[in-house]
Design a protein around this ligand. Structure first.
Ligand code: G2H
Length: 251
């Protein structure tokens, strides 16, 4: 049985005062029912220390939105996996479509990042997703399966079961459009087939999250699908009530 997982991706949002209010509201609203779900937040890296200190007494975990593919050295502006681990991160989102489309991240780089994250003792959350063009051309499954395979082929076999996958259709990100539960389920099933082809029973072990305009109103139906194990939540993770409602829907 895979434990549900909900991760809030704040993207490039936040200020210290607003973060404090949001983190305090989330901590106050966290209840026993949520122990059935792993809940994590990924603030911008400059706010990790603030979030670490405000979340330290509670059960909400910390993650990061990105990581450098190199270990250390002359990489101006980058943040290493070792640094993220030092600030209490357990999860690291890699290969988000905004990183792929705006910053030119390719599959090979995403695979390198996955290895750095695992080496530092954290869990990579590998994002995959097709564009609207790819979906309309009937290439959605092929696209996400090849993005996933690029990581699976590089990660040491003993670490494969630790991976988390996030399916985020590019056309549904921040647009208000959401894949229907059936559309999402079809892709999640195909991703499990790719996992199973890589290693026996890997499909049963790896959690696959759905992301893309998830909100308090549509979370129940998405999480009711058999192959959806939780969500990667952007906009709705900036409002405590909405994010907690989504976490409860996963419980
Ligand atoms: C997809 C998602 C979180 P949103 O990017 O990663 O964002 O929920 O705002 O579509």
């Amino acid at each position: 049985m895979r434990k549900a997982l909900v991760i809030g991706n704040w993207k490039m949002n936040g200020r210290q005062n607003a973060n404090e209010a949001l983190l305090n509201a989330l901590t106050a609203g966290y209840d026993n029912k949520l122990e059935r779900v792993d809940v994590a937040l990924c603030p911008p890296s400059v706010y990790l220390a603030q979030a670490q200190s405000l979340l330290q007494a509670g059960s909400i975990e910390l993650g990061a939105q990105n990581v450098c593919a190199d270990v250390e050295g002359a990489f101006t502006g980058e943040v290493s996996a070792g640094m993220l681990a030092e600030f209490g991160c357990r999860w690291v989102v890699i290969g988000h479509s905004e990183r792929r489309s705006l910053y030119g991240e390719a599959d090979a780089q995403v695979a390198e990042k996955a290895k750095r994250v695992l080496d530092a003792g954290m869990t990579p959350v590998v994002c995959v997703g097709e564009t609207l063009d790819e979906r309309e051309s009937g290439l959605a499954l092929q696209r996400v399966q090849s993005q996933l395979r690029a990581v699976l082929e590089e990660v040491p076999v003993e670490h494969l079961a630790e991976l988390v996958v996030a399916y985020e259709p590019v056309w549904a990100i921040g647009t208000g459009l959401t894949a229907t539960p059936e559309q999402a389920q079809e892709v999640h099933r195909a991703l499990r087939d790719t996992l199973a082809a890589q290693q026996v029973e890997l499909d049963e072990k790896v959690r696959i999250l759905y992301g893309g305009s998830v909100n308090a109103a549509n979370a129940d139906a998405l999480f009711a699908q058999p192959d959806i194990d939780g969500g990667l939540i952007g906009g709705a993770s900036l409002k405590a009530d909405d994010f907690l409602a989504i976490c409860r829907a996963a419980a």
